[in-house]
Design a protein around this ligand. Structure first.
Ligand SMILES: *Cc1c(COP(=O)(O)O)cnc(C)c1O
Length: 433
């Protein structure tokens, strides 16, 4: 498999090159030259395949011969060492829980897969120069990336997060690991963190001195393995014999776009619903055809506070860059915080289910779609454990009596973070270390 830049102004590369670079030299996102079709025997037999077997079969064509088969099998087995349960909520509605990994956010799978691929490539190339993964986070990305890359030889991770704007638990996940993980507490907003990262990537003083890469869903190794969630859901639900609808709480649209990749590989899906918060660029685009991002609105589902989703160009590419073609498989709905809280309340009081704010937005979008499509079976993705968003969840469902093991073990660890008041603080650090 080869990858080309969606800006069309950069050389075509293999998977390893795309992973190491992150973004193409022309600043375009890498995209596979074609979406591989999985054989009829795979779809016919999927309910009898293990998660590892499914993952190996689905990832192999994307990876090509850049990773040998045994190594790829080991990587996927290691990455997928936790559960992906489907929890029934009501008639024809279930949730796919993606938060049983080490940092309790769905980003664990992509971050772990990318970390292991990158580690493998550096070793294979006998590269002695260290690679620095530089990433800005509004909360969940940083924790998953830190944990995924922790102690991977040859890789240093630098994470920027906005001071006072991530939850206490998220901050612990970023700042307590040490070793090859460094956290910068930035005086400012997530956008300020993002701006510093972008500037560093363009700063030749830094890039002449160290190899930088990013670990957000722009990177193909973080983006593509997310298609596995949908394959696992299909494995479990195929026996119902009903059309499936996925509602995905969406921010940068990497997750939902990976689901669409699974569909183009041959998996039957009736509709994808992108459920978003008050950042409404995509539902407005679907209604009007005008792509017009405005200032980002802060919400209680803050991992989706994105007004210009980076992966939407990939979504469009899958559908021939035609909104009319896209709309046959894709719907997008938005919900404000008040509606989100009400959904969390309903899920708790009527269905005894504690959803996090992102999952609750997904539930709302699913219900809206199913209203006119009663024949379908709907799945909304639960992208984070509710404990990661306590300030939004506890007022609705009451205090949590105990913390999950992954979180409890962090709480006594000491926070270690550097401070960045401005870009020069980051630059000085990257030039010196
Ligand atoms: C990152 C994140 C999202 C958004 O996922 P995208 O792939 O960026 O659309 C949704 N929910 C949670 C909890 C997240 O951390």
């Amino acid at each position: 498999m080869k990858y080309y830049s969606l800006q069309q102004q950069a050389p075509i590369v293999t998977f390893d090159e795309a992973v190491i670079r992150g973004i193409a030299p022309d600043r375009g996102l890498y995209f596979p030259e074609d979406i591989p079709q999985l054989p009829a025997s795979f779809w016919g037999d999927i309910e009898h395949l293990s998660h590892e077997e499914i993952a190996f079969t689905a990832m192999k064509p994307f990876v090509g011969d850049t990773i040998d088969d045994n190594a790829l099998r080991e990587i996927v087995a290691d990455v997928l060492s936790f559960d992906f349960p489907i929890v029934p909520i009501e008639n024809n509605v279930a949730t796919l829980e993606l938060f049983h990994g080490p940092t309790m956010a769905f980003k664990d799978v992509g971050a772990r897969f990318m970390a292991r691929c990158l580690g493998y490539f550096l070793k294979k190339r006998k590269q002695t120069e260290e690679v620095t993964v530089l990433v800005a986070t509004s909360g969940d990305t940083g924790g998953a990336v830190a944990r995924g890359f922790y102690k991977v030889p040859g890789i240093k991770v630098v994470i920027l997060y906005p001071a006072g704007k991530v939850s206490k638990i998220q901050e612990k996940q970023l700042t307590t690991l040490g070793h090859n993980i460094t956290a910068f507490e930035v005086k400012g907003t997530f956008d300020d963190c993002q701006a510093m990262v972008k500037r560093a990537f363009l700063d030749t003083d830094i890039t002449n001195k160290r190899q930088l890469t990013s670990a957000n869903s722009i990177n193909v190794a973080r983006w593509l393995p997310q298609s596995l969630y949908y394959l696992f859901a299909y494995k479990a639900l195929k026996k119902l014999g009903k059309p499936l609808v996925f509602s995905v709480p969406s921010g940068n649209f990497g997750n939902i776009c990976a689901g669409m990749v699974a569909h183009f590989m041959g998996m039957p899906v009736q509709q994808f619903v992108a459920s978003v918060n008050s950042n409404t660029t995509i539902p407005r685009y679907m209604a009007s055809g005008v792509y017009a991002p405005i200032t980002t609105v802060p919400t209680i589902s803050n991992a989706m506070d994105v007004s210009d989703p980076s992966n939407f160009v990939r979504v469009l590419q899958l559908f021939e860059n035609e909104r009319n073609i896209l709309s046959k498989k894709f719907t997008s709905y938005s919900y404000c915080d008040q509606a989100t809280r009400a959904a969390m309340h309903t899920l708790y009081t009527k269905h005894n289910y504690i959803a996090d704010p992102h999952g609750a937005v997904g539930y709302l979008g699913l219900k809206a779609y199913l209203k006119d499509h009663t024949e379908a079976h709907g799945i909304f993705l639960e992208t984070a454990h509710p404990v990661k968003f306590l300030p939004a969840v506890e007022p609705v469902v009451g205090a949590f009596k105990e913390l999950p093991e992954q979180i409890a073990s962090l709480m006594d660890k000491e926070k270690v973070a550097l401070h960045a008041g401005n870009y020069m603080d980051l630059k000085t650090y990257l030039m010196d270390v």
